[in-house]
Design a binder for this molecule. Structure first.
Ligand code: NAD
Length: 479
């Protein structure tokens, strides 16, 4: 049974329900996870509250030494962590290593906290009176994360929260929690004091207990939009700070003057990387005018030559999806697309990998003539499926984008600076790519979407994270 981590000790959860963690390439059970109860959540929050005063008293320059050491340990153990991540998630080894490297970048960002925490001062705001702001941590924060980046996304949040002097209760995804367990061990080895980071495993019941707990000051959430939206409302109603990052339907617009070869490469990598299980996955390609035909040909050609297999095998492009239920869901979307009249140019339903008959396989799928009012043009599929559609102009393409409820990321491919500027001005989406496929800002920039892809005000990472995890206190003094 996968244990919780509370007050620096591995402890079993008290719930009687359990869940399986499987290897998606084989279907074999890797571990069992017992579902935490409100009492387990209460114990973790209590441990975090007890650790807060002395952690807050530890100077920021000392706090970050732990994170520097953890960065070194994660780098040393990168191969082992990547293999574990591939085994429980399914993504290829290169994708796993890439994810861990992005996590390391977040650790590095957290290590700059002494500078980021600095306040402002103005002397003599009135005769003999000075004014300053100081940033102070708030106490216990909860972090709730999804399955698709089970190492990187926890690293988006807890290192910067604890670097700022808070303590944390993390509720990782119940589907692939194993690699992060190893990271918790490495954090302890790096010297993170007991209670500063606590981990409770489980499902929505643990999250509901977090939302009800009066000592949790704020919640950072990443997951599907329906959950993000309801969690945002519940956390706000309980008087907590909340940032809730949700799902996506990312459009990629191609103008006729784009470099078609490079564009198609970027599109295929965006759509099919991590088998489409990314909030930054490209989902709809809008070819403007003459751009449609060359992009269609290249994308189809490249998509049909992708190699499926276990992420642990060399030369594999497309690993399995996370579960049998998710495979069926993706296949169901494809069938719905066919029923609603989208033309299927490459059909990945019922895919098999003979070497791994128990794996959860979804083959690359390409639709043509996708419209925004079709389910496959509107909803997040979260699998290796792309819809191709046409527009008469950039303005028309943006109308298609704006009719969609999501607003996470968007890309434009063009050789025209004027078109790129026009696009940036009118895109109305938070993460904008120009001649790049996946818009993944680095840790010192904010990460998060808009509209149905984000509920809150302050995004993950960047300076927003410092705002989120601290309160700015204003001191007016006369001596
Ligand atoms: P999910 O919403 O099912 O689960 C996310 C977390 O919430 C998990 O820890 C889960 O245990 C918990 N949870 C699930 N249902 C809940 C409920 N009803 N109440 C409270 N908590 C609940 O998401 P997932 O399937 O693990 O991850 C995929 C989703 O995450 C996709 O929609 C993807 O776009 C999104 N995502 C978004 C970003 C982003 O930056 N915007 C990044 C990664 C993933």
């Amino acid at each position: 049974m996968i244990p919780n981590y509370v007050g620096g000790r591995w402890v079993p959860a008290s719930g009687s329900d359990s869940l399986e963690v499987t290897d998606p390439a084989t279907g074999q059970v890797l571990a069992m996870l017992s579902v935490s109860t409100p009492a387990d959540v209460g114990a973790a929050v209590q441990a975090a509250s007890a650790a807060f005063p002395s952690w807050r008293d530890t100077p920021a320059v000392e706090r970050i030494q732990v994170l520097f050491r953890l960065k070194g340990l994660v780098e040393t153990h990168l191969d082992e962590l990547a293999e574990s991540l591939t085994r429980e998630h399914g993504k290829t080894r290169a994708e796993s290593a890439g994810e861990i490297r992005r996590g390391i970048e977040s650790l590095e960002h957290a290590c700059s906290i002494p500078t980021l925490l600095m306040g402002e001062t103005l002397e003599n705001i009135s005769r003999g009176i000075d004014c300053e702001t100081v940033r102070q941590p708030l106490g216990v924060f909860a972090v709730v994360t999804p399955y698709n980046f089970p190492v990187m996304i926890p690293f988006w949040f807890w290192p910067v929260a604890v670097a700022a002097g808070n303590t944390v209760v993390l509720k990782p995804s119940e589907r692939d929690p194993l690699t992060h367990q190893r990271i918790v061990d490495l954090a302890a080895e790096a010297g993170l004091p007991p209670g500063v980071l606590n981990v409770v495993h489980g499902d929505r019941r643990a999250v509901e207990a977090i939302l009800k707990h009066p000592d949790v000051r704020g919640v950072s959430f990443v997951g599907s939009s329906a959950v993000a939206r309801s969690l945002y409302a519940a956390a706000a109603a309980a008087g907590k700070r909340v940032q809730a990052l949700g799902g996506a339907k990312n459009h990629m617009i191609v103008l006729p003057d784009a470099d078609h070869d490079r564009t198609a490469e970027a599109i295929v990598s965006s759509v099919f990387g991590s088998t489409g299980q990314r909030c930054l996955a490209g989902s709809v390609v809008v070819g403007v005018g003459e751009a449609f035909r060359p992009v269609r040909e290249r994308v189809l050609d490249m998509a049909s030559s992708l190699r499926m297999g276990s992420g642990l095998e060399p030369d594999v492009d497309l690993g399995p999806v996370i579960s049998a239920a998710h495979r069926d869901r993706v296949d169901g979307y494809v069938s719905k697309g066919v029923a609603e009249g989208a033309r299927i140019a490459l059909d990945g339903r019922g895919a098999r990998v003979a070497r791994f008959p128990g794996g959860y396989w979804c083959g690359p799928t390409v639709f043509e003539d996708v419209r925004g009012d079709m389910t496959v043009g509107r909803e997040e599929i979260f699998g290796p499926v792309v819809g191709l559609s046409r527009a008469d102009s950039l303005e028309h393409a943006l109308r298609i984008v704006h009719a969609n409820p999501y607003g996470n990321a968007i890309s434009l491919f063009t050789a025209s600076g004027a078109a790129a500027r026009e696009f940036r001005y009118h895109a109305g989406i938070s993460m904008i790519g120009i001649n790049v496929g996946v818009v993944a800002p680095m840790a010192f920039f904010p990460f998060g979407g808009s509209r149905g892809s984000f509920y809150g005000d302050l995004k993950a990472q960047g300076r927003d994270a410092i705002e989120f995890y601290t309160d700015r206190r204003v001191v007016v003094s006369r001596w």
